[in-house]
Design a protein around this ligand. Structure first.
Ligand SMILES: NC(=O)c1ccc[n+]([C@@H]2O[C@H](COP(=O)([O-])OP(=O)(O)OC[C@H]3O[C@@H](n4cnc5c(N)ncnc54)[C@H](O)[C@@H]3O)[C@@H](O)[C@H]2O)c1
Length: 359
């Protein structure tokens, strides 16, 4: 592989904009082409960001000389086909969250990349931000002792135009969910990374405010494999939108992480209160989808390209990217069945976790 890795971006929307801006700060990569739904949109995006080539067909982008990796910044319904094409062409794939609409689709995406011998990375940039990185190290070193309670809140606000202006957001067949699979999945992934895997959920979901097919409110109890219990509340209907929080309680004390505001507080029994701030991870994405911090993107992309060069899996590969999706699907299933407990891993007919399984 040549020193500089050639990258193609698929999609010209909000996440593509974040990717192209973050990629400009990643060493050893160069965006060579972009593909959009129309040639004109792709050409406009290319002109804005100084990208040499623009296409309206992913096939053409994959055939463009020097393309070694793609960033899939398309909606969830427009991913598997492109992953398969890229994997067959020997092109590495970084896929936006959620990596799929359901678990079977996620498994096919993972299998396609494995068969093609290409690296698959899944976006969950929260993990790469300064406070979660530091907290993970300290938890692994035993700072809280055994964690017995772990909960999270992702009470966001999306105004009506957010859904009205989109053909796919909140649609069962096209997105596979709404707040759980799009917004709260970031916080769920972070909770799982910090507190460990979940073995059972019981959830309630509702479409309370927005005229969409899927959930804009969700609540769940969680049972972790460690024996800890916890909870989740999530919404895109909670005006004006609040920074997401994770709270972990262990034998030695508590950690309160305000991820969106970039503040972590440790309250340990045998130490003075400790407050850590990270201004660079502050974001307003609880209120406005465009107001994100790019520090996590830059760090995740850097890891992904180092992984390709070093021929190792990236920190968040397909299996890692699938974990939060499985919890999302379990909460949706539980909610669709009146709150019955659902055990993980999802098996049997629950395996699809997709639109049909929710009927
Ligand atoms: N990690 C993050 O912080 C973050 C932020 C925003 C969005 N996202 C995720 O990125 C994905 C896209 O979201 P968005 O906000 O950019 O959406 P968007 O609607 O703004 O853009 C999607 C783009 O996909 C392209 N597209 C649509 N249908 C296509 C098709 N059939 N074939 C090829 N290209 C097609 C179009 O170019 C469109 O501009 C979603 O899964 C979303 O959850 C992640």
């Amino acid at each position: 592989m040549s020193e500089t890795i050639g990258v193609g971006i698929i999609g010209t929307g909000l996440s593509a904009t974040m990717h192209v801006q973050a990629l400009a700060q990643v060493p050893g990569v160069r965006v060579l082409a972009v593909s959009g739904t129309t040639r004109q949109k792709a050409a406009e995006f290319a002109a804005r960001y100084g990208i040499p080539a623009a296409f309206d067909r992913v096939e053409d982008l994959l055939a463009w000389p020097g393309i070694q990796a793609i960033h899939l910044c398309t909606p969830p319904f427009a991913r598997e086909e492109y992953v398969t094409m890229a994997a067959r062409a020997g092109v590495h794939v970084l896929i936006e969250k959620p990596m799929a609409r359901d678990l079977l689709e996620a498994d096919r995406i993972i299998a396609a990349c494995r068969a093609g011998g290409v690296t698959l990375g899944a976006m969950f940039q929260f993990r790469f931000m300064p406070l979660p990185q530091q907290i993970k190290r300290e938890l692994d070193a035993g700072k809280l002792g055994r964690i017995f309670l772990a909960d999270c809140r992702a009470k966001w606000w999306r105004d009506p135009a957010y859904y009205a202006g989109s053909s796919w957001r909140g649609r069962r067949a096209l997105e596979g969910g709404a707040v759980l699979i799009n917004q709260a999945i970031h916080t769920i992934d972070l909770l799982l990374w910090l507190a460990g895997p979940v073995r059972q959920v019981a959830g309630r979901v509702a479409t309370a405010v927005h005229p969409i097919e899927m959930e804009d409110v969700a609540a769940a109890t969680l049972e972790f494999a460690s024996g800890a219990i916890g909870s989740l509340v999530a919404s895109t209907a909670t005006y004006p939108g609040f920074a997401e929080q994770i709270e972990l309680h262990g034998e030695r004390g508590s950690l309160i992480l305000n991820q969106g505001d970039g503040i972590a507080e440790w309250r340990l029994k045998d130490a003075a209160p400790e407050r850590v701030t990270a201004a660079e991870q502050r974001a307003e994405s609880s209120r406005d989808p465009s107001r994100v911090s790019l520090v996590g993107h830059i760090a995740e992309f850097t890891d992904f390209y180092e992984a390709i060069r070093q021929r190792r899996p990236p920190a968040i590969d397909g299996q890692e990217g699938r974990k939060a999706l499985e919890v999302v699907k379990a909460i949706q299933l539980s909610g669709a069945r009146g709150g019955v407990p659902i055990s993980l891993p999802l098996t049997g007919s629950f395996d699809s976790g997709g639109p049909a399984a929710l009927d």
